[in-house]
Design a protein around this ligand. Structure first.
Ligand code: ASP
Ligand code: MG
Length: 407
């Protein structure tokens, strides 16, 4: 017997038939003798619709009311799934975030989970009842509903798994695991049997859309055994686990890309303390996430340029706010480009094998793809390129690192 959290995403609960199929999956897990807590998303498309309505009624809306609106999708699916389970003889009960409670911080619309009081749920699980928990939502210190940011029900599932000390957290989705790259642009992409938490974290933040980045970070911190698998078939998925558990050799695991990037360069800034802090301070006040940052070394200690990348969605806000600093900071000009993609090569091999960067740069240069910005972490190399070349770059790198052949 094990205690398991099963999480089903929007397409898995996309209509009533699918919800009935999910109920069957849950029942098999219960029949196998497990204690089961289920976390669900809203039906596919629902949250987008709710966000759209919130924007239309008030572009500069109150985040607390935004949360009141967008959290409703999950309220519908927990109720529906609970009834579907009861109809096939499974004792099940729905739980909204505030009922558990899942306590978050006060940052409405992108709240972080601070604590889950899991006592009541554990008691019910031990009596054989299935807990059907609304993903994506919690309760803020002001007593109001909060939401965790788009894709947040992955984080709900992992947090719940940590709180109830689950043996495993199974994330059911519409793909059957984590791939070496996006199968839609590279037919030779291969499903990975295993990936380390760190690699998964880099993949998620570099643009692979399988898991919300925060959920991976949380699973890593709390050592939650994660598995990503399909709700539409029974093939084994991808296990996300600690590096020491991996028997496989260290390798390049995947190529991630994000085609929705933009780049800003502030040209001719005075080279003195406080300038970068001012620019990025303004951006952070606007809640704009900056990704790569490069500052050129000033030759004569007078002028420098700062380049950074960000999500294309945030570009106009960022440009306007920095333009407002022109007199204060006395920079020369502001240049921006919204046709940028980020390509990342990810793998634990980078820790031990030299030459991976060289190989990456050679492949791109053979294809005449210009790298505009380069940044690295211990297990990742990312470059910004012109967005039109993103797919070519991904395919060429996938081939060059031999990712289509299993090891
Ligand atoms: N329903 C929310 C969203 O679409 C949360 C989730 O599905 O993870 O972002
Ligand atoms: Mg999702």
């Amino acid at each position: 017997m094990a205690r398991i959290v099963q999480k089903f995403g929007g397409t898995s609960v996309g209509d009533l038939d699918r919800i009935r199929q999910v109920a069957q999956k849950v029942r098999s897990c219960v029949d196998a003798g497990n204690q089961v807590a289920v976390v669900v998303s809203a039906m596919a498309g629902t949250t987008n619709q709710l966000v759209e309505w919130a924007k239309q009624i008030g572009p500069m809306h109150d985040a607390r009311e935004y949360d009141t609106i967008v959290s409703t999708g999950e309220q519908v699916t927990v109720g529906l799934l609970s009834i579907a389970l009861q109809n096939i003889g499974v004792d099940a009960r729905s739980w909204l975030g505030w009922q558990i409670p899942i306590k978050t911080d006060e940052v409405h619309s992108t709240a972080r989970i601070e604590e889950i009081k899991a006592h009541d749920i554990i008691e019910r699980l031990e009596k054989g009842q299935v807990a059907v928990v609304a993903g994506f939502q919690g309760i803020a210190p002001d007593g109001r509903i909060s939401t965790l940011g788009r894709g947040g029900s992955d984080t709900s599932a992992v947090a719940l798994a940590a709180a109830i000390k689950a043996d495993r957290c199974d994330i059911y989705t519409d793909v059957d695991g984590v791939y070496t790259t996006d199968p839609r642009i590279m037919s030779k992409a291969r499903k990975l049997d295993y990936i380390t938490f760190e690699e998964m974290l880099e993949m998620a933040s570099a643009g692979a859309r399988v898991l919300q980045t925060r959920s991976v970070a949380m699973a890593m911190r709390h050592r939650v055994n994660l598995q990503v698998l399909s709700s539409f078939n029974d093939t084994p998925g991808t296990l996300v686990q600690n590096e020491e558990k991996q028997m496989e050799k260290q390798k390049v695991s995947g190529i991630a890309y994000s085609a929705e990037e933009a780049k800003v360069t502030v040209v001719g800034l005075p080279d003195k303390p406080g300038i970068a802090a001012r620019i990025f301070g303004v951006l952070s006040e606007l809640n704009i996430n900056v990704d790569m940052i490069v500052q050129s070394a000033s030759v004569n200690l007078q002028k420098t340029d700062i380049t950074f990348s960000l999500a294309r969605l945030d570009l106009s806000k960022a440009v306007t706010s920095i333009a407002n600093l022109k007199d204060e900071l006395a920079f020369e000009r502001l240049v921006h480009d919204d046709n940028i993609a980020k390509i990342s090569v990810i793998g634990t091999a980078m820790r031990t094998q030299p030459g991976i960067a060289k190989c990456m740069f050679e492949v791109l240069s053979e294809k005449k793809i210009n790298m505009q910005v380069i940044s690295t972490s211990e297990i990742k190399i990312s470059v910004l390129i012109q967005a039109d070349y993103a797919e070519l770059a991904v395919r060429s790198l996938h081939d060059a690192f031999g990712l289509d052949t299993s090891d």
